[in-house]
Design a protein around this ligand. Structure first.
Ligand SMILES: Nc1ncnc2c1ncn2[C@@H]1O[C@H](COP(=O)(O)OP(=O)(O)OP(=O)(O)O)[C@@H](O)[C@H]1O
Length: 488
Protein backbone atom coordinates (compact mmCIF):
# COMPACT_ATOMS: atom_id res chain seq x y z
CA UNK A 1 0.00 0.00 0.00
CA UNK A 2 1.74 3.17 -1.12
CA UNK A 3 1.72 5.62 1.73
CA UNK A 4 2.52 8.44 -0.70
CA UNK A 5 -0.58 7.98 -2.77
CA UNK A 6 -2.58 7.64 0.38
CA UNK A 7 -1.31 10.93 1.76
CA UNK A 8 -1.73 12.57 -1.61
CA UNK A 9 -5.33 11.45 -1.81
CA UNK A 10 -5.92 13.00 1.60
CA UNK A 11 -4.42 16.28 0.45
CA UNK A 12 -6.54 16.35 -2.68
CA UNK A 13 -9.68 15.50 -0.87
CA UNK A 14 -9.05 18.10 1.80
CA UNK A 15 -8.34 20.75 -0.78
CA UNK A 16 -11.52 19.95 -2.65
CA UNK A 17 -13.76 19.87 0.37
CA UNK A 18 -12.40 22.39 2.77
CA UNK A 19 -15.77 23.41 4.06
CA UNK A 20 -17.17 19.93 4.42
CA UNK A 21 -17.09 18.44 7.88
CA UNK A 22 -15.23 15.20 8.35
CA UNK A 23 -18.41 13.26 8.98
CA UNK A 24 -19.78 14.24 5.60
CA UNK A 25 -16.53 13.27 3.94
CA UNK A 26 -16.72 9.92 5.60
CA UNK A 27 -20.27 9.24 4.45
CA UNK A 28 -19.37 10.21 0.93
CA UNK A 29 -16.53 7.74 0.95
CA UNK A 30 -18.76 4.96 2.10
CA UNK A 31 -21.25 5.53 -0.68
CA UNK A 32 -18.58 5.51 -3.33
CA UNK A 33 -16.81 2.28 -2.99
CA UNK A 34 -17.23 -1.36 -3.63
CA UNK A 35 -13.72 -2.54 -2.98
CA UNK A 36 -11.10 -1.61 -0.47
CA UNK A 37 -8.24 0.42 -1.80
CA UNK A 38 -5.91 3.03 -0.50
CA UNK A 39 -7.63 6.04 -1.99
CA UNK A 40 -10.93 5.06 -0.60
CA UNK A 41 -9.58 4.53 2.84
CA UNK A 42 -7.76 7.77 2.92
CA UNK A 43 -10.47 10.25 3.66
CA UNK A 44 -10.96 9.60 7.30
CA UNK A 45 -7.38 8.75 8.08
CA UNK A 46 -7.34 9.12 11.82
CA UNK A 47 -10.93 8.18 12.26
CA UNK A 48 -12.16 5.25 14.25
CA UNK A 49 -15.00 3.15 13.04
CA UNK A 50 -18.40 4.14 14.30
CA UNK A 51 -17.04 6.96 16.39
CA UNK A 52 -17.04 9.70 13.77
CA UNK A 53 -14.43 12.38 13.85
CA UNK A 54 -15.89 15.10 15.97
CA UNK A 55 -12.56 16.51 17.03
CA UNK A 56 -12.45 20.17 17.77
CA UNK A 57 -9.43 22.20 16.82
CA UNK A 58 -8.36 22.34 20.45
CA UNK A 59 -4.86 20.99 20.76
CA UNK A 60 -5.54 19.68 24.24
CA UNK A 61 -8.00 17.16 22.98
CA UNK A 62 -7.78 13.78 24.54
CA UNK A 63 -5.05 11.86 22.80
CA UNK A 64 -6.07 9.76 19.88
CA UNK A 65 -4.63 6.41 20.76
CA UNK A 66 -5.32 4.87 17.40
CA UNK A 67 -3.58 7.66 15.51
CA UNK A 68 -0.62 7.47 17.87
CA UNK A 69 -0.32 3.75 17.39
CA UNK A 70 -0.49 4.14 13.61
CA UNK A 71 2.13 6.87 13.70
CA UNK A 72 4.46 4.65 15.64
CA UNK A 73 4.01 1.87 13.14
CA UNK A 74 4.61 4.17 10.18
CA UNK A 75 7.86 5.55 11.52
CA UNK A 76 9.25 2.39 13.03
CA UNK A 77 11.85 0.53 11.04
CA UNK A 78 13.26 -1.78 13.70
CA UNK A 79 12.51 -3.79 16.77
CA UNK A 80 12.43 -1.83 20.01
CA UNK A 81 15.22 -2.90 22.31
CA UNK A 82 14.16 -4.21 25.65
CA UNK A 83 16.48 -5.79 28.17
CA UNK A 84 13.79 -6.85 30.65
CA UNK A 85 12.84 -10.46 31.23
CA UNK A 86 9.60 -11.82 29.86
CA UNK A 87 7.13 -12.78 32.59
CA UNK A 88 5.12 -15.90 31.85
CA UNK A 89 2.00 -17.16 33.56
CA UNK A 90 1.03 -20.53 32.16
CA UNK A 91 -2.46 -21.93 32.09
CA UNK A 92 -1.00 -25.26 33.13
CA UNK A 93 2.02 -24.52 35.32
CA UNK A 94 3.09 -28.17 35.14
CA UNK A 95 3.58 -28.26 31.41
CA UNK A 96 7.12 -27.48 30.33
CA UNK A 97 7.74 -23.97 29.10
CA UNK A 98 9.21 -23.88 25.64
CA UNK A 99 11.04 -20.96 24.29
CA UNK A 100 12.96 -20.81 21.05
CA UNK A 101 16.09 -19.01 20.02
CA UNK A 102 15.72 -19.55 16.30
CA UNK A 103 12.91 -19.64 13.74
CA UNK A 104 14.08 -23.09 12.56
CA UNK A 105 13.13 -24.60 15.91
CA UNK A 106 9.52 -23.70 15.21
CA UNK A 107 9.32 -26.11 12.26
CA UNK A 108 7.53 -23.59 10.13
CA UNK A 109 6.42 -24.32 6.60
CA UNK A 110 9.39 -23.60 4.29
CA UNK A 111 7.43 -20.88 2.49
CA UNK A 112 6.88 -19.10 5.78
CA UNK A 113 10.46 -19.45 6.91
CA UNK A 114 11.45 -17.91 3.61
CA UNK A 115 8.99 -15.09 4.25
CA UNK A 116 10.39 -14.46 7.72
CA UNK A 117 13.98 -14.30 6.49
CA UNK A 118 12.84 -12.24 3.53
CA UNK A 119 11.71 -9.60 6.01
CA UNK A 120 15.20 -9.51 7.46
CA UNK A 121 14.37 -11.26 10.72
CA UNK A 122 17.33 -13.33 11.90
CA UNK A 123 16.03 -14.54 15.21
CA UNK A 124 12.82 -14.25 17.25
CA UNK A 125 12.37 -11.12 19.34
CA UNK A 126 12.10 -11.46 23.12
CA UNK A 127 8.34 -11.72 23.16
CA UNK A 128 8.35 -14.01 20.11
CA UNK A 129 10.75 -16.47 21.80
CA UNK A 130 8.01 -17.41 24.26
CA UNK A 131 4.83 -16.47 22.40
CA UNK A 132 5.49 -18.34 19.16
CA UNK A 133 5.88 -21.86 20.66
CA UNK A 134 2.63 -21.31 22.61
CA UNK A 135 0.76 -20.05 19.60
CA UNK A 136 2.00 -22.83 17.33
CA UNK A 137 1.49 -25.65 19.86
CA UNK A 138 -0.88 -28.52 19.22
CA UNK A 139 -3.51 -28.43 20.55
CA UNK A 140 -3.68 -24.65 20.15
CA UNK A 141 -3.22 -22.57 23.27
CA UNK A 142 -4.90 -19.31 24.12
CA UNK A 143 -2.72 -16.32 24.82
CA UNK A 144 -2.84 -12.84 26.26
CA UNK A 145 0.35 -10.94 25.51
CA UNK A 146 1.37 -7.48 26.59
CA UNK A 147 4.48 -5.63 25.52
CA UNK A 148 5.19 -2.14 24.35
CA UNK A 149 4.74 -1.22 20.76
CA UNK A 150 7.55 -2.32 18.45
CA UNK A 151 8.52 -5.50 20.28
CA UNK A 152 7.30 -7.89 17.61
CA UNK A 153 3.72 -8.79 18.55
CA UNK A 154 2.21 -8.23 15.12
CA UNK A 155 4.85 -10.29 13.38
CA UNK A 156 4.22 -13.06 15.93
CA UNK A 157 0.49 -13.40 15.47
CA UNK A 158 0.75 -13.00 11.69
CA UNK A 159 3.10 -15.96 11.66
CA UNK A 160 0.67 -17.93 13.82
CA UNK A 161 -2.26 -17.17 11.54
CA UNK A 162 -0.34 -18.09 8.40
CA UNK A 163 0.82 -21.32 10.03
CA UNK A 164 -2.64 -22.41 11.04
CA UNK A 165 -4.62 -21.88 7.84
CA UNK A 166 -5.17 -24.61 5.31
CA UNK A 167 -4.92 -23.02 1.87
CA UNK A 168 -6.88 -25.89 0.31
CA UNK A 169 -9.93 -24.84 2.24
CA UNK A 170 -11.52 -21.90 0.51
CA UNK A 171 -13.24 -20.26 3.43
CA UNK A 172 -12.21 -17.95 6.29
CA UNK A 173 -10.24 -19.68 9.04
CA UNK A 174 -8.61 -16.75 10.87
CA UNK A 175 -10.20 -13.53 12.01
CA UNK A 176 -8.13 -10.59 13.17
CA UNK A 177 -9.79 -7.50 14.58
CA UNK A 178 -8.06 -4.12 14.81
CA UNK A 179 -9.39 -0.83 16.21
CA UNK A 180 -9.28 1.16 12.94
CA UNK A 181 -9.06 0.36 9.29
CA UNK A 182 -5.69 2.04 8.96
CA UNK A 183 -4.29 -0.24 11.66
CA UNK A 184 -5.96 -3.21 9.96
CA UNK A 185 -4.22 -2.22 6.73
CA UNK A 186 -0.84 -2.11 8.44
CA UNK A 187 -1.33 -5.62 9.76
CA UNK A 188 -2.52 -6.67 6.31
CA UNK A 189 0.76 -5.44 4.89
CA UNK A 190 2.69 -7.63 7.31
CA UNK A 191 0.55 -10.62 6.29
CA UNK A 192 1.33 -9.89 2.65
CA UNK A 193 5.05 -9.56 3.30
CA UNK A 194 5.35 -12.64 5.45
CA UNK A 195 3.08 -14.65 3.17
CA UNK A 196 4.94 -13.57 0.04
CA UNK A 197 6.08 -17.11 -0.74
CA UNK A 198 2.75 -18.63 0.24
CA UNK A 199 0.47 -17.06 -2.34
CA UNK A 200 -2.26 -19.68 -1.97
CA UNK A 201 -3.28 -18.00 1.28
CA UNK A 202 -5.56 -15.06 0.60
CA UNK A 203 -6.57 -12.11 2.69
CA UNK A 204 -9.63 -9.86 2.73
CA UNK A 205 -10.38 -6.65 4.64
CA UNK A 206 -13.60 -6.44 6.65
CA UNK A 207 -13.80 -2.68 6.77
CA UNK A 208 -16.43 -0.13 5.99
CA UNK A 209 -16.41 0.76 2.35
CA UNK A 210 -15.60 -2.78 1.34
CA UNK A 211 -19.12 -3.60 0.28
CA UNK A 212 -19.68 -7.15 -0.92
CA UNK A 213 -22.58 -8.63 -2.79
CA UNK A 214 -25.29 -10.05 -0.59
CA UNK A 215 -25.23 -13.81 -0.34
CA UNK A 216 -21.53 -14.03 -1.13
CA UNK A 217 -19.41 -16.56 0.76
CA UNK A 218 -15.83 -15.48 1.29
CA UNK A 219 -13.10 -17.76 -0.04
CA UNK A 220 -10.15 -15.97 1.59
CA UNK A 221 -8.60 -17.80 4.53
CA UNK A 222 -7.76 -14.70 6.58
CA UNK A 223 -10.13 -11.85 7.34
CA UNK A 224 -8.79 -8.73 8.95
CA UNK A 225 -10.91 -5.76 9.89
CA UNK A 226 -12.66 -3.58 12.40
CA UNK A 227 -15.07 -5.03 14.97
CA UNK A 228 -18.31 -3.52 13.63
CA UNK A 229 -17.88 -4.70 10.06
CA UNK A 230 -16.45 -8.05 11.17
CA UNK A 231 -19.51 -8.61 13.34
CA UNK A 232 -21.84 -7.75 10.45
CA UNK A 233 -19.99 -10.12 8.15
CA UNK A 234 -20.27 -12.93 10.69
CA UNK A 235 -23.91 -12.38 11.67
CA UNK A 236 -26.20 -10.15 9.64
CA UNK A 237 -24.50 -10.57 6.26
CA UNK A 238 -23.13 -14.09 6.78
CA UNK A 239 -20.13 -13.68 4.49
CA UNK A 240 -18.19 -15.63 7.11
CA UNK A 241 -19.18 -18.84 8.87
CA UNK A 242 -17.90 -18.17 12.40
CA UNK A 243 -18.12 -21.87 13.28
CA UNK A 244 -15.24 -22.61 10.89
CA UNK A 245 -12.83 -20.15 12.49
CA UNK A 246 -9.67 -21.68 13.97
CA UNK A 247 -7.84 -18.57 15.14
CA UNK A 248 -9.25 -15.33 16.52
CA UNK A 249 -6.84 -12.45 17.07
CA UNK A 250 -7.70 -9.26 18.87
CA UNK A 251 -4.96 -6.71 18.32
CA UNK A 252 -4.30 -3.44 20.18
CA UNK A 253 -6.75 -4.25 22.95
CA UNK A 254 -5.92 -1.05 24.82
CA UNK A 255 -6.75 1.07 21.78
CA UNK A 256 -9.82 -1.03 21.12
CA UNK A 257 -11.43 -0.40 24.46
CA UNK A 258 -10.90 3.35 24.13
CA UNK A 259 -13.52 3.37 21.36
CA UNK A 260 -17.13 3.04 22.37
CA UNK A 261 -18.82 -0.07 21.14
CA UNK A 262 -15.70 -1.97 20.14
CA UNK A 263 -15.62 -4.02 23.31
CA UNK A 264 -19.16 -5.27 22.91
CA UNK A 265 -18.75 -5.95 19.23
CA UNK A 266 -15.57 -7.93 19.84
CA UNK A 267 -17.22 -9.96 22.57
CA UNK A 268 -20.18 -10.68 20.33
CA UNK A 269 -17.88 -11.98 17.60
CA UNK A 270 -16.01 -14.11 20.10
CA UNK A 271 -19.26 -15.67 21.34
CA UNK A 272 -20.02 -16.98 17.84
CA UNK A 273 -16.74 -18.87 17.52
CA UNK A 274 -16.32 -22.57 18.30
CA UNK A 275 -15.03 -23.60 21.71
CA UNK A 276 -11.78 -24.97 20.31
CA UNK A 277 -10.97 -21.79 18.39
CA UNK A 278 -7.63 -20.36 19.45
CA UNK A 279 -8.05 -16.91 21.04
CA UNK A 280 -5.13 -14.48 21.03
CA UNK A 281 -5.15 -10.98 22.48
CA UNK A 282 -2.41 -8.35 22.27
CA UNK A 283 -1.96 -5.05 24.00
CA UNK A 284 0.80 -2.49 24.44
CA UNK A 285 -0.38 -1.57 27.95
CA UNK A 286 -2.19 -3.47 30.64
CA UNK A 287 -4.30 -1.33 32.87
CA UNK A 288 -7.22 -2.84 34.81
CA UNK A 289 -9.80 -2.16 32.10
CA UNK A 290 -7.71 -3.92 29.44
CA UNK A 291 -7.18 -6.86 31.73
CA UNK A 292 -10.92 -7.19 32.44
CA UNK A 293 -11.66 -7.09 28.74
CA UNK A 294 -8.90 -9.58 27.94
CA UNK A 295 -10.32 -12.10 30.38
CA UNK A 296 -13.73 -11.88 28.78
CA UNK A 297 -12.28 -12.50 25.32
CA UNK A 298 -9.71 -15.19 26.11
CA UNK A 299 -10.73 -18.19 28.23
CA UNK A 300 -7.99 -20.18 30.03
CA UNK A 301 -5.18 -18.00 28.80
CA UNK A 302 -1.45 -18.25 28.99
CA UNK A 303 -0.20 -14.80 29.84
CA UNK A 304 3.02 -13.18 28.68
CA UNK A 305 4.21 -9.76 29.79
CA UNK A 306 7.28 -7.79 28.91
CA UNK A 307 7.79 -4.72 31.08
CA UNK A 308 8.62 -1.46 29.37
CA UNK A 309 12.20 -0.42 29.77
CA UNK A 310 12.31 2.30 32.42
CA UNK A 311 13.48 5.73 31.45
CA UNK A 312 15.73 7.68 33.76
CA UNK A 313 16.92 11.24 34.22
CA UNK A 314 20.29 10.11 35.55
CA UNK A 315 22.33 10.97 32.50
CA UNK A 316 20.48 14.21 31.75
CA UNK A 317 21.61 17.70 32.70
CA UNK A 318 18.53 19.75 33.50
CA UNK A 319 18.30 23.55 33.55
CA UNK A 320 15.67 26.23 33.71
CA UNK A 321 15.67 29.75 32.31
CA UNK A 322 13.62 32.58 33.83
CA UNK A 323 11.75 34.76 31.33
CA UNK A 324 8.76 37.12 31.34
CA UNK A 325 6.96 36.20 28.13
CA UNK A 326 7.23 34.15 24.97
CA UNK A 327 9.36 36.75 23.18
CA UNK A 328 11.93 36.53 25.96
CA UNK A 329 11.81 32.77 25.79
CA UNK A 330 12.52 32.99 22.08
CA UNK A 331 15.44 35.34 22.76
CA UNK A 332 16.83 32.91 25.33
CA UNK A 333 16.62 30.18 22.75
CA UNK A 334 18.52 32.32 20.24
CA UNK A 335 21.22 32.98 22.84
CA UNK A 336 21.55 29.26 23.43
CA UNK A 337 21.92 28.58 19.74
CA UNK A 338 24.46 31.37 19.49
CA UNK A 339 26.64 29.95 22.23
CA UNK A 340 26.61 26.20 21.83
CA UNK A 341 26.44 23.76 18.97
CA UNK A 342 23.13 21.99 19.01
CA UNK A 343 23.05 19.14 16.53
CA UNK A 344 19.37 18.40 16.79
CA UNK A 345 16.76 19.66 19.21
CA UNK A 346 13.13 19.00 19.93
CA UNK A 347 11.12 21.93 21.27
CA UNK A 348 7.81 21.34 23.00
CA UNK A 349 5.04 23.93 23.17
CA UNK A 350 1.72 23.78 24.89
CA UNK A 351 -0.49 24.90 22.02
CA UNK A 352 -0.47 24.68 18.26
CA UNK A 353 -0.54 28.43 18.08
CA UNK A 354 2.70 28.87 20.03
CA UNK A 355 4.33 26.04 18.09
CA UNK A 356 3.42 27.65 14.78
CA UNK A 357 4.63 31.06 15.92
CA UNK A 358 7.91 29.71 17.25
CA UNK A 359 8.60 27.68 14.12
CA UNK A 360 8.08 30.83 12.07
CA UNK A 361 10.41 32.91 14.24
CA UNK A 362 13.11 30.25 14.21
CA UNK A 363 13.07 29.84 10.46
CA UNK A 364 13.28 33.64 10.08
CA UNK A 365 16.49 33.32 12.11
CA UNK A 366 17.79 30.91 9.51
CA UNK A 367 17.15 27.58 11.27
CA UNK A 368 15.95 24.55 9.36
CA UNK A 369 12.74 23.89 11.27
CA UNK A 370 10.22 21.09 11.11
CA UNK A 371 6.79 21.60 12.63
CA UNK A 372 4.58 18.82 13.88
CA UNK A 373 1.07 20.06 14.23
CA UNK A 374 -2.23 18.58 15.30
CA UNK A 375 -4.15 19.32 12.13
CA UNK A 376 -1.78 17.20 10.06
CA UNK A 377 -2.86 13.79 8.88
CA UNK A 378 -1.07 10.89 10.49
CA UNK A 379 0.89 10.13 7.32
CA UNK A 380 2.04 13.72 7.07
CA UNK A 381 3.20 13.62 10.66
CA UNK A 382 5.08 10.41 9.97
CA UNK A 383 6.79 12.08 6.99
CA UNK A 384 7.87 15.05 9.14
CA UNK A 385 9.30 12.77 11.82
CA UNK A 386 11.13 10.70 9.23
CA UNK A 387 12.74 13.78 7.70
CA UNK A 388 13.84 14.97 11.13
CA UNK A 389 15.14 11.55 12.05
CA UNK A 390 17.16 11.51 8.83
CA UNK A 391 18.71 14.83 9.84
CA UNK A 392 17.08 16.84 7.06
CA UNK A 393 15.91 19.36 9.65
CA UNK A 394 17.76 20.29 12.81
CA UNK A 395 14.94 21.59 14.97
CA UNK A 396 11.59 19.93 15.52
CA UNK A 397 8.92 22.14 17.07
CA UNK A 398 5.92 20.24 18.31
CA UNK A 399 3.05 20.17 20.71
CA UNK A 400 2.87 17.49 23.28
CA UNK A 401 -0.22 15.84 21.85
CA UNK A 402 1.54 15.35 18.53
CA UNK A 403 4.74 13.95 19.89
CA UNK A 404 3.39 11.68 22.60
CA UNK A 405 4.96 8.28 22.45
CA UNK A 406 7.35 9.16 19.65
CA UNK A 407 11.00 8.27 20.07
CA UNK A 408 13.68 10.12 18.20
CA UNK A 409 16.73 8.67 19.84
CA UNK A 410 19.47 10.84 18.44
CA UNK A 411 18.09 14.07 19.90
CA UNK A 412 20.47 15.32 22.57
CA UNK A 413 18.79 18.62 23.45
CA UNK A 414 15.17 18.90 24.54
CA UNK A 415 13.61 22.27 25.23
CA UNK A 416 10.38 22.64 27.12
CA UNK A 417 9.26 25.98 25.72
CA UNK A 418 6.22 25.38 27.94
CA UNK A 419 6.28 23.07 30.93
CA UNK A 420 4.21 19.90 30.52
CA UNK A 421 0.92 20.04 32.42
CA UNK A 422 -2.09 17.75 32.43
CA UNK A 423 -5.68 18.80 31.77
CA UNK A 424 -6.09 20.13 35.30
CA UNK A 425 -2.95 22.20 35.10
CA UNK A 426 -0.90 19.89 37.33
CA UNK A 427 2.65 18.87 36.43
CA UNK A 428 2.68 16.03 33.95
CA UNK A 429 5.64 14.10 35.34
CA UNK A 430 5.26 11.17 33.03
CA UNK A 431 5.40 13.36 29.95
CA UNK A 432 8.38 15.25 31.34
CA UNK A 433 10.24 11.99 31.86
CA UNK A 434 9.31 10.65 28.46
CA UNK A 435 10.35 13.83 26.69
CA UNK A 436 13.80 14.04 28.16
CA UNK A 437 14.52 10.70 29.81
CA UNK A 438 16.62 7.94 28.29
CA UNK A 439 16.38 4.21 28.70
CA UNK A 440 19.39 2.56 30.27
CA UNK A 441 20.32 1.02 26.99
CA UNK A 442 20.66 4.28 25.11
CA UNK A 443 22.01 6.09 28.14
CA UNK A 444 23.66 8.86 26.20
CA UNK A 445 24.09 12.18 27.95
CA UNK A 446 21.38 14.66 27.25
CA UNK A 447 20.53 18.26 27.93
CA UNK A 448 17.11 19.56 28.93
CA UNK A 449 16.22 23.24 29.12
CA UNK A 450 12.97 24.36 30.72
CA UNK A 451 11.55 27.81 29.98
CA UNK A 452 9.75 29.38 32.93
CA UNK A 453 7.70 32.54 32.39
CA UNK A 454 5.27 32.79 35.30
CA UNK A 455 4.75 31.92 38.92
CA UNK A 456 2.61 29.07 37.77
CA UNK A 457 5.25 27.54 35.53
CA UNK A 458 7.85 27.99 38.29
CA UNK A 459 5.56 26.09 40.57
CA UNK A 460 5.22 23.31 38.00
CA UNK A 461 8.99 23.15 37.66
CA UNK A 462 9.45 22.92 41.42
CA UNK A 463 6.95 20.13 41.71
CA UNK A 464 8.59 18.19 38.89
CA UNK A 465 11.94 18.66 40.60
CA UNK A 466 10.53 17.32 43.85
CA UNK A 467 8.83 14.42 42.14
CA UNK A 468 12.03 13.13 40.57
CA UNK A 469 14.23 14.32 43.39
CA UNK A 470 16.68 15.68 40.85
CA UNK A 471 17.90 19.24 40.91
CA UNK A 472 17.09 21.48 37.93
CA UNK A 473 19.76 24.22 37.84
CA UNK A 474 19.10 27.82 36.98
CA UNK A 475 20.73 29.08 33.79
CA UNK A 476 21.30 32.69 32.78
CA UNK A 477 21.11 32.75 29.01
CA UNK A 478 22.47 36.31 28.89
CA UNK A 479 25.77 35.02 30.24
CA UNK A 480 27.71 33.42 27.38
CA UNK A 481 30.32 31.81 29.62
CA UNK A 482 27.66 30.17 31.68
CA UNK A 483 25.93 28.72 28.61
CA UNK A 484 29.19 27.39 27.24
CA UNK A 485 29.79 25.54 30.48
CA UNK A 486 26.61 23.48 30.17
CA UNK A 487 27.74 22.04 26.87
CA UNK A 488 31.00 20.70 28.24
N1 LIG B 1 12.22 -11.18 15.01
C1 LIG B 1 12.38 -9.99 14.46
N2 LIG B 1 13.59 -9.60 14.03
C2 LIG B 1 13.79 -8.37 13.48
N3 LIG B 1 12.81 -7.46 13.32
C3 LIG B 1 11.58 -7.80 13.74
C4 LIG B 1 11.29 -9.07 14.33
N4 LIG B 1 9.97 -9.09 14.65
C5 LIG B 1 9.46 -7.91 14.28
N5 LIG B 1 10.41 -7.11 13.73
C6 LIG B 1 10.29 -5.74 13.21
O1 LIG B 1 10.20 -4.88 14.34
C7 LIG B 1 9.22 -3.87 14.14
C8 LIG B 1 8.15 -3.99 15.21
O2 LIG B 1 7.50 -5.25 15.09
P1 LIG B 1 5.93 -5.40 15.27
O3 LIG B 1 5.20 -4.41 14.44
O4 LIG B 1 5.60 -6.83 15.06
O5 LIG B 1 5.79 -4.99 16.80
P2 LIG B 1 4.49 -4.75 17.66
O6 LIG B 1 4.84 -5.14 19.05
O7 LIG B 1 3.35 -5.42 17.00
O8 LIG B 1 4.34 -3.21 17.62
P3 LIG B 1 3.05 -2.40 17.17
O9 LIG B 1 1.94 -2.86 18.01
O10 LIG B 1 3.40 -0.97 17.34
O11 LIG B 1 2.93 -2.80 15.71
C9 LIG B 1 8.71 -4.06 12.72
O12 LIG B 1 9.44 -3.20 11.87
C10 LIG B 1 9.00 -5.52 12.44
O13 LIG B 1 9.17 -5.74 11.05
Amino acid sequence: MATDSWAQAVDEQEAAAESIGSLQIKEKTEENGTTANATQLSSAAANTEGGGDNKTTDEDDSEDKAAQSLLNKLIRSNLVNNTNQVEVLQKDPNSPLYSVKSFEELRLKPQLLQGVYGMGFNRPSKIQETALPMMLAEPPQNLIAQSQSGTGKTAAFVLAMLSHVDPNNKFPQCLCVSPTYELALQTGKVIEQMGKYYPEVKLVYAIRGNKLQRGLKLEEQIVIGTPGTMLDWCSKLRFIDPKKIKVFVLDEADVMIATQGHQDQSIRIQRMLPKNCQMLLFSATFEESVWNFAQRIVPDPNIIKLKREEETLDTIKQYYVLCNNKEEKFQALCNLYGAITIAQAMIFCHTRKTAGWLAGELSREGHQVALLSGEMQVEQRAAVIERFRDGKEKVLVTTNVCARGIDVEQVSVVINFDMPVDKDGNPDNETYLHRIGRTGRFGKRGLAINMVDSKMSMNILNRIQEHFNKKIEKLDTDDLDEIEKIAS
